[in-house]
Write a protein that binds this ligand. Sequence first.
Ligand SMILES: Nc1ncnc2c1ncn2[C@@H]1O[C@H](COP(=O)(O)OP(=O)(O)OP(=O)(O)O)[C@@H](O)[C@H]1O
Ligand SMILES: [Mg+2]
Length: 271
Amino acid sequence: MTEDQPILEVRDVSLQFGGVRALSDVSFSVGRGALFAIIGPNGAGKTSMMNCISGRYTPTKGRVVFKGRDVTDLKPNQRAERGIGRTFQNLALFGHMSVLDNIMVGRHHLLKNNFLTGALYWIGGAQKEELAHRRTVEDIIDFLEITHIRKAMAGTLSYGLRKRVELARAVALKPDLILLDEPMAGMNLEEKEDMARFIIDLNEEWGMSVIMIEHDMGVVMDISHRVAVLDFGQKIAEGLPDEIMSNPRVKTAYLGEDDDDAPGTGGREVA
Ligand SMILES: Nc1ncnc2c1ncn2[C@@H]1O[C@H](COP(=O)(O)OP(=O)(O)OP(=O)(O)O)[C@@H](O)[C@H]1O
Ligand SMILES: [Mg+2]
């Protein structure tokens, strides 16, 4: 792919669950190196969109193009191998495993040497590979400031720390594009600030393109380069954070039909 080619293109994606139309002809593209946010009220289709990008769901209609290649028919693991990483809206860690092991699991499929080939030349390739593998994991642990809990069972950690470990596991795949579904949900202010900083660093220093769904409008407006707004499965706006903030259609979606200036009245929860 060329420099100015988007890392991701979503083309006319629709997704139907029985009678429910979760997404209707949604299109957008995410530039290489962008920090792109998807916002919208509850049930707008945000998680469904992430699932169409990660491969958990196959769109009923439309295409998903990643790094210039159509990945619509690929399975989640095939998309992960091509460089799409993700975290989940609800935590998905192994509670009885250590933080370190949880993160190692994330990288497992990257190991070229499996048990059998490894047995043939374990002194050479496999051992070196394992070492490099561990080093990467340690770098990530260091970067996300979870060194002090690396041996702790994931299940015993606070919610904020578990979210951070989950991010570490996704980052461990070294994806080119990382999908974050509400990375700061349920966090206190300090945890949110830490998470925002990690996301900015991932984007700026590690060069990962990011698509983030986030409830906290302050965070979204602060850190994203570009924002798309979904409402009832349709994209109702896309633009720079300032443009989105002043967009009348967006205000209406959040506040309900009567567009008065009393936030939260008669509307759905801001997401
Ligand atoms: N697996 C499913 N089966 C049936 N309907 C679903 C499924 N997943 C989502 N939906 C429906 O699709 C619509 C969009 O849901 P989705 O979870 O994508 O919204 P969301 O924007 O992520 O909402 P939230 O902010 O609450 O997380 C909703 O009407 C939801 O009930
Ligand atoms: Mg959701």
